[in-house]
Design a protein around this ligand. Structure first.
Ligand SMILES: Nc1ncnc2c1ncn2[C@@H]1O[C@H](COP(=O)(O)OP(=O)(O)OP(=O)(O)O)[C@@H](O)[C@H]1O
Ligand SMILES: [Mg+2]
Length: 259
């Protein structure tokens, strides 16, 4: 039984706190921080500037839609974020680490640990079944077949395809194939999912199915999502909309009609 004095001391404790007992200030580090990123492409003697000084902060757990006209630099930006290409100028901090000047091999290592990427095309290996497709990155990372299959099955479950591991990719609908691609992208448990027009090849109902899966991974597992789309109703799934025009950010705010 709690004594009267113990209750009393609990009740009075807060008023006895000295002013120096301030609550600790949590330093929340952004998952993505881009500073003054510039990128151009050279073909022959012609240098075409594409990104003109991009500054962007994305916190862990955020859900960002990236929109903009064709040619505005969305895929270029996603490729930089995904360490598939490098900027000409500026700095990129990923999970607090400056990754700007790392070697290609170091980029590959960071990418495997930190980033899952999905594209408009699903890029599944036709001769492997669904479970094997999803398990593949773990086998490359040196895991045993047994551990890789167990984890692949777990992540297939999370995207709602727990019973379809034995199917070949061509025995699935487009939406199911994209969900397999998402499972494969996330099998290593990266904190960041980059998706470049993941619903671009899908009809509206199927796209919705894929978006629901991404939404639930963001909501329930804190997965940070950056997703490129041309569709306003796709962008409404995000909490934040970033618009690019001619290689510059022209809007950064809440998507109209988001829920
Ligand atoms: N590898 C490359 N070499 C030369 N130019 C390129 C290359 N990749 C992209 N570009 C050019 O850079 C600009 C931006 O291309 P990007 O693919 O980033 O646009 P986007 O916003 O993704 O467009 P879309 O909505 O059509 O996918 C375009 O003018 C494009 O032609
Ligand atoms: Mg593109």
């Amino acid at each position: 039984m709690t004594s009267k004095s113990a209750i009393w001391s609990l009740r009075v404790a807060p008023s006895h706190r000295s002013r120096n007992d301030a609550l600790p200030i949590l330093q929340v580090m952004a998952l993505i921080e881009l500073n003054a990123i510039r990128k151009s492409y050279r073909s022959g003697d012609v240098q075409t500037p594409v990104l003109h000084g991009i500054d962007l902060l994305v916190q862990r757990g955020d859900h960002v839609a990236l929109m903009g006209p064709s040619g505005s630099g969305k895929s270029t930006l996603m490729n930089l974020l995904g360490l598939l290409d490098r900027a000409d100028e500026g700095h990129y901090l990923l999970d607090g680490r400056d990754v700007t000047s790392l070697t290609a091999a170091e980029h590959a290592g960071v990418r495997n640990q930190t980033i899952g990427f999905v594209f408009q095309s699903f890029n599944l290996l036709k001769r492997m079944n669904v479970l094997e497709n999803v398990a593949l990155p773990l086998l490359y990372a040196g895991q045993s077949h047994k551990a890789a299959r167990l984890r692949a099955q777990e992540v297939l479950q999370q995207v709602g395809l727990g019973t379809l591991g034995h199917r070949m990719p061509n025995q699935l609908s487009g939406g199911q194939q994209q969900r397999v691609a998402i499972a494969r992208a996330l099998v290593n448990r990266p904190p960041l999912l980059l998706a470049d027009e993941p619903t671009g090849n899908l009809d509206t109902a199927t796209a919705e199915e894929v978006l629901q899966v991404i939404d639930s991974l963001n909501r329930d597992q804190g997965l940070t999502v950056v997703l490129v789309t041309h569709e306003t109703d796709v962008a409404q799934h995000a909490r934040r909309l970033v618009k690019l025009k001619d290689g510059r950010i022209v809007f950064d705010g809440i998507p109209e009609g988001s829920v």
